[in-house]
Design a protein around this ligand. Structure first.
Ligand SMILES: [Zn+2]
Length: 174
């Protein structure tokens, strides 16, 4: 499980017998999205590639822990990304429409000169897993909720109409 995987897999040599890669990708290979999330662990992968009747079938199981910033309290928290994605590998620039009709549940992944980029695929999967607005899953982990409630309470005791009532009373006397 600890073997380090290359960032690219050459799919041109794939035969009808499926090939399997298991291991991890080194964190040094990832540079993008640093501001948005941070990987806490090396992504662990299992990639299976098989050529079925000229169609390149790719399956990738991914496990990685990423750190996000809660948009409610601005504190970091961890998310476990655990996904299995199924794709069809297509050379960049070729017509993929005929493939997507047959395999609607599979996503298309582009190959460059027959090479599949594992790093881009991992980044894409993480991106899909991350919520649009990351927030702590449990309210009790979120610090802002407590402090916000404490600040709201004294405000609730204000009586905005008290002054108005007095003003009305004053005018009727005059
Ligand atoms: Zn939070």
């Amino acid at each position: 499980m600890d073997a380090e995987l290359p960032d690219e897999i050459d799919c041109t040599k794939s035969t009808s017998r499926a090939k399997e890669w298991t291991g991890r990708l080194s964190l040094d290979k990832f540079k993008k999205h640093r501001d948005f999330y941070r990987m806490e662990t090396d992504p662990a992968l299992k990639v299976i590639i098989g050529n079925r009747q000229g169609v390149l079938n790719i399956e990738m199981s991914l496990y990685v822990v990423v750190e996000l910033e809660c948009q409610r309290c601005l504190r970091p928290f961890n998310v476990n990304v655990n996904r299995v994605g199924k794709y069809i590998g297509i050379e960049a620039g070729s017509d993929y429409k005929s493939y997507s009709q047959n395999d609607g549940d599979k996503e298309i992944v582009t190959l460059l000169e027959g090479k599949l980029s594992l790093t881009s695929l991992v980044e894409e999967e993480i991106f899909l897993e991350i919520p649009m607005i990351p927030k702590h899953f449990r309210d009790k982990d979120c610090q802002l909720i407590e402090s916000a409630e404490m600040m709201v309470k004294p405000k609730a005791e204000r009586k905005p109409f008290a002054d108005l009532a007095r003003m009305i009373k004053d005018t009727t006397i005059n």
